[in-house]
Write a protein that binds this ligand. Sequence first.
Ligand SMILES: NC(=O)c1ccc[n+]([C@@H]2O[C@H](COP(=O)([O-])OP(=O)(O)OC[C@H]3O[C@@H](n4cnc5c(N)ncnc54)[C@H](OP(=O)(O)O)[C@@H]3O)[C@@H](O)[C@H]2O)c1
Length: 288
Amino acid sequence: MKVVVTGASGYVGAAVLERLAASGHQIKAIARHRNAEAPGDTHWVLGDVRDMDLVEPLKGADAVIHLIGIIREIPRDRVTFELMHVGTTQRVLAAMAASGVGRLVHMSALGTRAHAVSTYHRTKWEAEQLVAASHLDATIVRPSLMFGGHPPFFDLLGQLSRLPGVPVPGDGKTLFQPVSRQDVAELMVRILEDSASFGLTLEMGGPDRLTLNELFDFMARRNGRVSKPPKLHVPLGLVGMAARLSSVLPIPITPDQLAMLTEPNTTDDTRWHHWVAEPQTLASWPAE
Ligand SMILES: NC(=O)c1ccc[n+]([C@@H]2O[C@H](COP(=O)([O-])OP(=O)(O)OC[C@H]3O[C@@H](n4cnc5c(N)ncnc54)[C@H](OP(=O)(O)O)[C@@H]3O)[C@@H](O)[C@H]2O)c1
């Protein structure tokens, strides 16, 4: 198949490109920067999805995998959830209609719902509604937190877990169900040509359910720390105050991220195992 991938240079994009190439698909990759480690015959179309022409790059394609998304807004640079989640999806859908591409695999996120606390999840929901209304052969994929390689969130947990006392927002008992980036890429590529996946919204959580406290312990162990690091549970009100300053100070957590860290992110949806029979466990993530 001829497959166009948006967000191709990112953390997920790298795995999707590798998996597409392994199956012999022809890849057109859209991003502002090229990933030097992408498969050699990847055709890059460099540009900003907010402004660039998307119709021409999509002409002749069989499918689009739309990955672009952000986790942190930078309003002065026009990087907002509304523009990057809803606006880019609108542009991709319009370009698909104009270029006659009928198949879409759309990246969303676990926790997406109409009245979510975080703007991240609310705008992901709005984007999903556009996809559902588009009459394309679309599949929406909603993964939980991803592991594998160097995910920025786990890297941050890893750095914090080296401290003598780990600062944890609140009681740290929120449950997460990390899923392997490889498995997400595997699913997205396997369903490309499978009409049984058309119209589905597939939630993806991995085999392990861990609290935030346990994720810190996991990363500490991974970094060679023998005992569990002591936790300093910081009241949510205080973390919230700090998070509100994250737009002007180098504070690693935004109010939106804090909202996501304090609501469970798990799912009982196992339909994706039909395409990925043996989901990877956290323990299988090779330490480097
Ligand atoms: N990582 C996770 O744990 C996780 C979990 C659930 C869902 N997701 C979703 O998965 C998707 C991919 O996430 P990720 O972790 O791979 O993010 P990422 O590493 O930040 O990658 C984002 C991609 O979007 C591209 N991009 C951003 N702004 C752009 C613009 N204005 N024009 C063109 N391209 C632009 C980036 O490329 P350039 O900077 O080169 O332009 C990059 O290729 C997102 O939709 C995210 O919400 C991620």
